[in-house]
Design a protein around this ligand. Sequence first.
Ligand SMILES: *Cc1c(COP(=O)(O)O)cnc(C)c1O
Length: 357
Amino acid sequence: MTIKKTLLPENELKPLSKDPLQLGFGQTYTDHMFTLEYDSEKGWHNAEIKPYQSLKLDPAAKVLHYGQEIFEGQKAYKSSSGEILTFRPKENANRFLNSQKRMCMAELDPDEFLFYENELLKVEERWIPTVKGTSLYIRPTAIATESGLGVKASTKYLFFIILSPVGAYFKEGFNPIGLWVSDEFSRAAEGGTGEAKAGGNYAGSLFASNIANENGYSQVLWLDAKEHKYIEEVGAMNILFIIDNKLVTAPLGGTILPGITRKSVLELAKDLGIETVERKISIDEVTEGIESGKVTEIFGAGTAAVISPVGKLNYKEKEYVINDNKTGPWSQKFFDTLTGIQYGELEDKHNWVYKVK
Ligand SMILES: *Cc1c(COP(=O)(O)O)cnc(C)c1O
């Protein structure tokens, strides 16, 4: 695994943004990127770290027509002693492989994935913001690059990694967001590609997201595709509920993205002394539970926002307010504990933090 490195001279590096808290999400990119090519003869080859630049693609490249594309989302943090930290990166590398398999793409060994990612992070170390609440977002991606209009799996791929210094994912920051429950559209059906982090899943979700936004809600809460009855997840987060003082979430069943934050929250719950239940949750149970006081908190869990408290739900043109539209104690606790571990401030009992350098 050797990487050809073509790095910019010091005087051509971009200036860092002055206030990392104002960064928003995924709007600026670092100086360099990683690329790796695949074809059936050579396998994966041409590993390069080079200046951030446009890709050159044939207009008939399969990704542009049939959407063979997958990605990951991770974050790198800087500890107070200057170490570069990532969070459970093997989970991302393994999930990337699973997404590649589901989309019939060339498979990248998880150890190689991590090696390349770490090398790029070391090159771009100066871009990792140090203010709490900020991080360097990592976007590993694979696309089908073979040109040809026949509908079949590509024989050529490009794997690349770009990095983006980020602040809060939602404009609300760590404050409650509103969700729009879609009883009309679906994100993923049984037997479909919902558990792969594949671009097409997101393209298909934009129409309902726009409806949510037009109505003043920031994300869609998806229900199952068959009956539009059971809770699935949010656009880029899994969703968890505090019901009767238990932490309840939908089971992974092929239609839900297996989130690493979700998994970590379920594991942390044991340390924090709250019982966890993975079971089907109907939307009626949620709305009735909000009204009766059985559902005391709702929050999303995903790498981008970490924990995102939910203050409002709109279902069938009725608005339900959760916990007075305030951040609840469990949302706060999971947020503080997870981010504390991620920034290297709290004890890492589960060995989740990986030291890149
Ligand atoms: C990425 C993603 C999540 C969250 O996964 P994490 O591993 O926690 O970042 C949840 N749902 C969807 C649809 C996603 O794309």
